[in-house]
Write a protein that binds this ligand. Structure first.
Ligand code: PMP
Length: 405
């Protein structure tokens, strides 16, 4: 099948705009993806035609909204190959999902228990666990990384022991693009009886994970990085954990019965979905998933791999330019610096030419500390980017270099 990128681009209204007098070249997809018209239409349709609170009303609008929201849950179930729809928990995003699980483990971990994180994590998958350690007296261990951008697996194996209760690693690093060997990470953790949470925020726009095959305990992702809206995400929680973990927040929706003497909780997923959710966001998330699957993840992966290879080759040819993490299996991200130039200065100059990249630490300060740099310039790709846009990026980086040296 020919990948018709121009046809795909026509689905994204924002890609038609100009920035500073130049056609927009949007290469900040690791921060958030753009939204196709079908997703925008779904949001307008919801608020125009059937806005109503869900799960509560007998009236028609409430039933329509409930059906649409629960259909979206089923779409997520199918997409991630999850056994039961009730193992799909709607969240406000990856950060919320991780905090929900970390909060639950407050009642499980004991002083001296160990939990393992990787050196390649986003702050969202570090800070909630540090807070958990402060609450419980558990100890946080870190899988070190190598200069090539990979995790040192042999060190991970050394960290694992009978004391390990939980391992949490991202599927793909948002700062470098490294694809972590999560199958092996999960297998080794399970051999020691530890649970595993995988942060799929950066992976899920590039890769379609099969959660039953992975046998993972928890998997989190955000809709906004998958062509859906902000403020909504998904937490997959294995059924057995849904019974063990306490609720995160109390409120409406998450109860069976409330009296002043005692309150009983609903079963999952509602146990973990207190309050009125982002109904419209959940519905639009389902529409985004359908959209991505119509293009197909195998087509997306093949096309994006060739974009990444081309960008890596073209940028590497610039003298004094270093790309970080080139030794790893990667997807979607090129993180680089030019000798003697601050990443922020490159980002500012190329913005004047209509190019959106991210500069800074990308919420992954430990990676920057490892390389002893303040940050990087990060160009991150989606399936709607083109080879011509990479040429524009490379020419702009060369121009910025000339201006700054
Ligand atoms: N983890 C990773 C790997 C990410 O890339 C991101 C978003 N950049 C997050 C966590 C946090 O996601 P959110 O801000 O949507 O909660």
């Amino acid at each position: 099948m020919v990948f018709d990128v121009q046809k795909i681009r026509a689905d994204f209204p924002i890609l038609k705009r100009t920035v500073n007098g130049h056609p927009l070249v949007y290469l900040d997809n690791a921060a958030t993806s753009q939204k196709p018209q079908v997703v925008i239409d779904a949001i307008v349709d919801y608020y125009s035609n059937y806005n109503s609170n869900i799960h509560r009303g007998v009236h028609t609008l409430s039933q329509e909204a409930t059906d649409a929201y629960e259909t979206a849950r089923q779409k997520l179930q199918k997409h991630f190959n999850i056994q039961h729809a009730h193992e799909v928990i709607f969240t406000a995003g990856t950060t919320h999902g991780i905090n929900l699980v970390a909060n639950g483990f407050s009642e499980i971990l004991k002083k001296g228990d160990e939990i393992i994180v990787s050196a390649l994590e986003h702050h969202s998958n570090i800070v909630p666990w540090q807070m958990l350690c402060e609450r419980t007296g558990a100890i946080l261990k870190v899988i070190p990384m190598d200069v090539d951008g990979t995790l040192i697996f042999s060190e991970y194996e050394k960290l694992l022991s009978e004391k390990t209760k939980l391992v949490f690693v991202n599927h793909v690093s948002n700062a470098l693009g490294t694809i972590n060997p999560i199958e092996k990470i999960i297998e080794k953790a399970h051999e020691k009886g530890a649970a595993v949470l995988i942060d799929g925020a950066q992976a899920c726009s590039h890769i379609k994970p099969d959660l039953q095959k992975l046998e993972v305990d928890f998997y989190v992702a955000s809709a906004h990085k998958m062509c859906g809206p902000t403020g909504v995400g998904v937490l997959y929680m294995k059924e057995s954990w849904g019974k063990t973990l306490p609720p995160y927040q109390g409120g409406g929706e998450m109860i069976k019965e409330v009296t002043f003497a005692k309150t009983t909780y609903a079963d999952m997923p509602h146990k973990f979905e207190a309050g009125t959710p982002n109904i419209c966001g959940g519905i639009a998330f389902g529409v985004a998933i359908d959209y991505l699957n119509r293009i197909s993840f195998s087509a997306i992966e093949t096309y994006e791999d060739s974009l990444l290879a081309y960008a890596t080759e073209q940028l590497s040819a610039i003298e004094g330019l270093t790309i970080y993490g080139t030794g790893a299996a990667k997807t979607g991200v090129v993180s680089f610096n030019i000798d003697g130039i601050h990443p922020y200065d490159i980002g500012t100059i190329i913005d004047k030419l209509g190019i959106a990249v991210r500069t800074g630490h990308h919420c992954a300060q430990p990676i920057m500390d490892f390389y002893k740099i303040p940050g990087t310039v990060r160009a991150s790709f989606a399936f709607y980017n083109t080879f011509e846009e990479i040429d524009v990026l490379v020419a702009a980086v060369i121009k910025a270099k000339q201006m700054l040296t």
